[in-house]
Design a protein around this ligand. Structure first.
Ligand SMILES: [Fe+2]
Ligand SMILES: [Fe+2]
Length: 198
């Protein structure tokens, strides 16, 4: 927080904090995720404030480059799984949750939990977990339109969970997974049982 002071308005604070630390792309992405989260919250009758807070903060740990993430996690007392040690990018969700609590004063455990699993999801997710996960994927941080976007949006007509399953299945077969995180495996297997038994 050196050289930075919070004004108390979460959207402004997170946006400016990310810009202050030279992460303008993450600032723009977080803005889009927050917008998408708000739309999904209204659509699925989920608490809008929780959804937006989690969305604004989900990637706040982008201020730490990958090479620092294992050391930062150790300093913060975060448990590092073997998969996270091999792919430190996977640690950013846990670091974001600690930063949200300790630097931005978030005390809502549901918001912190949704931040903490926004990349991998987890078994038995809350509605807020599903919402933040889905919003992050719909407002993705790469150029162009996500290849899964149309199918995911169509699945939203059924449920948030159905949309999440579209993404999970896309990712699983995309060949883009560097490392299968155990939380992701749990989540994938849980949804697979539910959707492939239909
Ligand atoms: Fe992320
Ligand atoms: Fe993100």
């Amino acid at each position: 927080m050196a050289g930075f002071s919070l004004c108390g308005n979460l959207p402004q604070d997170t946006f400016e904090f990310l810009k202050h630390h030279d992460c303008p792309i993450t600032a723009a992405h977080s803005t889009e995720v927050a917008f998408t989260a708000q739309q999904l919250a209204e659509r699925f009758d989920i608490d809008c404030q929780q959804a937006e807070a989690a969305a604004w903060l989900h990637d706040i740990s982008a201020v730490f480059p990958n090479w620092q993430r294992a050391a930062v996690s150790s300093q913060l007392g975060i448990e590092i799984l073997p998969e996270e040690e091999l792919v430190p990018l996977l640690l950013h969700q846990k670091i974001s949750a600690v930063m949200a609590a300790e630097m931005f004063g978030v005390t809502d455990s549901k918001v912190l939990a949704a931040i903490r699993c926004h990349t991998t999801l987890r078994a038995d997710p809350s509605d807020l977990d599903l919402l933040v996960f889905a919003a992050d994927k719909l407002a993705w941080d790469q150029r162009g339109t996500p290849p899964y976007q149309h199918e995911m949006e169509a699945a939203l007509d059924n449920s948030l969970e159905a949309a999440v399953w579209v993404y999970q299945r896309y990712l699983w077969y995309s060949g883009k997974i560097k490392m299968i995180h155990p939380w992701m495996r749990d989540s994938y297997e849980e949804l697979k049982v539910r959707y492939e038994m239909l």
